[in-house]
Design a protein around this ligand. Structure first.
Ligand code: SF4
Length: 112
């Protein structure tokens, strides 16, 4: 099932709203069988984990989520400060490729 199928009503297909609020995401998620929503059937702390391997696991679980596109769009619009949303890791409002392990300095970090 795609997100466009999820937002379709009995009448003509509706356009995806330009902004996706958390309330809209929850409404959409509530229309789907809860067992299809990875962040509802797994430990939700995985989506805000400190461990890079847990973060990657949460991202992988999101790939099968029926509301992934809406989740990602909303997170981008809201500039989520932290966590895995729509299969992507957000930090300070932007998608970052992966979480760095703690205590490891950046290569381009300037010594104080
Ligand atoms: S895509 Fe969004 S709603 Fe779906 S499992 Fe991931 S975080 Fe949860």
């Amino acid at each position: 099932m795609t997100i466009s199928e999820l937002i379709r009503t009995d009448g003509p297909a509706e356009a995806v709203p330009p902004e996706v609020s958390l309330g809209q995401l929850h409404d959409e998620a509530n229309r789907v069988d809860e067992e299809l929503l990875p962040c509802r059937i797994n430990n939700p702390e995985l989506w805000f984990a400190e461990s890079p391997s847990d973060v990657e696991f949460a991202k992988a679980l999101c790939l099968d989520c029926p509301v992934r596109a809406m989740c990602l769009d909303g997170a981008l619009e809201r500039r989520e400060p932290w966590g895995v949303w729509g299969g992507q890791l957000f930090l300070q409002g932007v998608v970052i490729p992966r979480k760095r392990p703690r205590g490891r300095p950046r290569k381009n970090e300037v010594a104080a």
